[in-house]
Design a protein around this ligand. Structure first.
Ligand code: GLA
Length: 382
């Protein structure tokens, strides 16, 4: 897949800039196995980088100018790096955000001419924006001859999204896009930023279930959840919900407004589920893993209230299929994608059945495909 995308991007680069690009990089999107809405309270997550993402072909210009063409939007973005100011809330905001965040680190990043394209659904919960940020940040670093660690790169991209784009995201998406490894899920401690690689068991497929719905309000609802869990931490007198336990929460129940209590119960129980899931992976206990995915969905739907009707429908249909171990909504929620864990022998029939039943139930046409793991941001050609 990466190769097809690479060819398309390189061809466009030649057309636009009349030469071969010096570098081509791939920054992956991600699926998160479990640990949803836990990263911004210093918690645990278990994503893997996927074989879908963003390819950026570029040649450094050694000056202050950036010219980058996005094939998916058929748009050329050109500006002086030193004249960075707020513009439209579209893909260019992520590039501008990265320039802004890099300026604190590199003094004045140097520019490049580039062409970018992606091969995953945009705004569906697979982290297309983090992949774009990571690809752009990596290209600026190469063009400016600066070597940043995966963690530093991820933090810069997170700052771009938080402080420039104004979505108060955690670190998961940017970190997995830099530090992913083929064949491995990564247990990330979002407080220490320590990562542990956990082999993905054989014999199963992780299937993305794109409901074909998108929610406009997801950014503001995401920020509201962030405020709610901070309030919950204040009630419990802990620095972050990562430091709380279900016993602690139950003890304080009468003092906490019911909505805030439920938000906290999701985050605390979800952190526990990450640890249990990792143990189940190590023990090759596929049924336990599936069961935890189902529990995670219930908690996100009822306590954290970030699911949607269509996500609930596709999850319920998926869980009922032969060969399905479990399913849950994935990513920020409010629309977009769910994730199912399926026995590899049942993959084709699973996709066919879920596609048919979901369409009958909702009138939306879903996009259902299994994803492979991939390395974090890397050069595919230089
Ligand atoms: C979005 C954010 C992540 C994380 C997830 C929910 O993808 O970018 O930081 O909070 O939502 O788990």
């Amino acid at each position: 897949m990466e190769d097809i995308l690479k060819e398309k991007v390189v061809k466009k680069f030649r057309n636009l800039f009349g030469a071969d690009p010096e570098f081509v990089i791939f920054a992956p999107g991600r699926v998160n196995l479990i640990g949803e809405h836990t990263d911004y309270s210093d918690g645990f997550v278990l994503p893997f980088a996927i074989n879908l993402g963003i390819v950026l072909a570029f040649s450094p210009t050694n000056n202050d100018q950036i010219d980058i063409h996005a094939i998916d939007f058929d748009q050329l973005f050109s500006q002086k790096i030193s004249k960075n100011s707020k513009g439209p809330a579209d893909w260019t905001a992520y590039i501008k955000g990265v320039i802004w965040a890099l300026k604190n680190q590199i003094v004045q990043p140097k520019g490049f001419q580039g062409v970018v394209a992606g091969n995953m659904p945009i705004g569906a919960g697979l982290s297309s924006s983090a992949a774009l940020e990571v690809a752009a940040a990596k290209a600026f670093c190469i063009s400016s001859d600066v070597d940043l660690s995966n963690t530093e790169l991820a933090k810069i991209c997170q700052r771009a999204e938080r402080e420039w784009v104004s979505v108060n995201v955690g670190i998961m998406d940017q970190l997995i896009s830099t530090c992913g490894k083929q064949g491995q899920a990564v247990k990330l401690d979002c407080r220490t930023l320590e990562s542990k690689y956990i082999p993905i068991p054989d014999g199963i497929c992780f299937v993305v279930l794109d409901t074909s719905t998108r929610r406009e309000l997801s950014q503001s609802a995401y920020n509201t959840r962030h405020e709610e869990i901070e309030l919950a931490a204040q009630f419990l007198k802990v620095p972050a919900l990562r430091d709380a336990s279900l016993t602690m929460l139950t003890k304080e129940k009468v003092k906490i407004p019911s909505k805030i209590y439920r938000r906290a119960r999701h985050v605390i129980s979800e952190n526990d589920r990450v640890h249990t899931f990792v143990n189940a992976m190590k023990d090759y206990d596929l049924h336990k893993m599936g069961h935890l995915l189902n529990e995670s969905h219930t908690s996100l739907r009822d306590d954290f209230e970030v699911s949607s009707e269509e996500l609930n429908v596709i999850v319920d249909i998926s869980k009922a299929q032969p060969g399905a171990y479990g399913a849950r909504m994935a990513g920020a929620g409010f629309g977009g994608c769910a994730l199912a864990m399926v026995d590899e022998h049942f993959l084709d029939v699973f996709i066919r059945n879920v596609h048919h039943e979901y369409q009958m139930n909702t009138n939306f046409e879903p996009h259902i495909f299994s994803v492979e793991s991939s390395d974090g941001v890397h050069l595919v050609h230089s």
